[in-house]
Design a protein around this ligand. Structure first.
Ligand SMILES: Nc1ncnc2c1ncn2[C@@H]1O[C@H](COP(=O)(O)OP(=O)(O)O)[C@@H](O)[C@H]1O
Ligand SMILES: C[C@@](O)(CCOP(=O)(O)O)CC(=O)O
Ligand SMILES: [Mg+2]
Length: 330
């Protein structure tokens, strides 16, 4: 039995634009998805995804090897699609279809912009491969997990899967089917407060919504996306110099552009403005938006209180430097 964990992340700059080839700057956080894998002799895949609160799921492998997740009503559960695709790709990697019990647990709110889908993909693939006694290079693991996100989301950047695999602070830029992944050495500690409100839409839907705007109004949307890319590059320089003030200003502009793309919400904007008014150097939504999480560049308790006063919850997290790791193997 193997248990692995993979971290979530916050995107400091560049979400959505990174789906269009611009870079993103992201930081892995010390909040984890844990996956425990135990090989089975009967070839069945049994998934216990506690955080999804779905009872009575039966998962079987069909004759052509597809994994089918069904409820008592017979419907395929889309919520399990990341796990399902991750298991398929892990089976492809080891070139064997061995049944498995998987138990998945998240320390983060699911579907809130902290990258649980990527952490689930990375941790599931890694746990499966390790349980069967194989190993995998981290670059290959990140590539397979990115494939999971692309297959489930329709289009996806390599940002979240890179962070869940490697940890740290990274500058990530998709180039076709490859990802440029550059570790960034910060010139200072980055004080972050995370605010959270529940989100209804999925990343898949939000990415598709931006895609529709891009396709119908390319001349309007394209400059916003390029501008976010520029902000990300400047944000990286500011971080390397330790210039927190400039980082904050750039976060604020980045948030305005994300709002312009239509991915912010009233509740997110309230948290973002409350944080700034309480003294944060900058604040923005993080992840796909539509609710979910925001970040404030601050370590002030006043900022935490201000976020809570708008109705948001505060999540405390610091940098994770390890990425995916095996927690126990016996
Ligand atoms: N603990 C979990 N168990 C199973 N699937 C999960 C778990 N956490 C996340 N997922 C999958 O990831 C999806 C959320 O991903 P997404 O909408 O990209 O948001 P985020 O990645 O920001 O959390 C869930 O709907 C589910 O399919
Ligand atoms: C919107 C996007 O840039 C980030 C999505 O992050 P999350 O799934 O909301 O944690 C999509 C992507 O990079 O694939
Ligand atoms: Mg996701």
């Amino acid at each position: 039995m193997v248990t692995v964990r993979a971290p979530g992340k916050v995107i400091l700059y560049g979400e959505h634009a990174v789906v269009y080839g611009e870079p993103a700057l992201a930081m892995a956080i010390n909040k984890y998805v844990y996956v425990t894998a135990r090989a089975r002799s009967d070839g069945k895949i049994n998934i216990n995804a506690r955080d999804l609160r779905l009872a009575g799921i039966s998962v079987t492998i069909s004759e052509n090897g597809d994994i089918i997740a069904r409820t008592d009503y017979g419907a395929v559960i889309s919520a399990l699609s990341y796990v399902k695709r991750a298991v398929e790709l892990a089976m492809g990697y080891v070139d064997k279809k061995v049944g498995i019990d998987l138990e998945i647990r998240s320390e983060m709110p699911v579907g809130a912009g902290l990258g649980t889908s990527a952490a689930v993909a990375v941790a599931t693939i890694y746990a499966y491969i390790k349980e069967l006694g194989y190993d995998i290079d981290k670059r290959e693991l990140a590539r397979l997990a990115w494939q999971v996100e692309k297959d489930v989301q329709g289009s996806a950047s390599p940002t979240d899967t890179t962070m869940a695999t490697f940890g740290g602070i990274m500058f990530v830029k998709p180039e076709g089917n490859n990802a440029v992944m550059e570790p960034v050495r910060p010139g200072t500690n980055v004080p972050l407060i995370i605010g959270y409100v529940p989100r209804v839409s999925t990343t898949k839907d939000l990415v598709a919504m931006v895609r529709r705007k891009y396709e119908t109004m390319r001349d309007v949307i394209e400059p916003i996306i390029r501008s976010i890319g520029l902000i990300t590059r400047k944000g990286r320089e500011a971080l390397e110099r330790g210039d927190l003030e400039l980082m904050g200003v750039l976060m604020n502009i980045n948030h305005g552009l994300l709002d312009a793309l239509g991915v912010s919400t009233r509740q997110l904007n309230e948290m973002v403005y409350a944080a700034r008014n309480a003294g944060a150097l900058g604040s923005k939504l993080t992840g796909a938006g539509g609710g979910g999480c925001m970040i404030a560049l601050s370590d002030k308790v006043e900022v935490e209180k201000a976020i809570e006063l708008t109705g948001g919850s505060v999540l405390k997290a610091v940098l994770d430097i390890n990425g995916v790791v095996v927690v126990s193997n016996d």
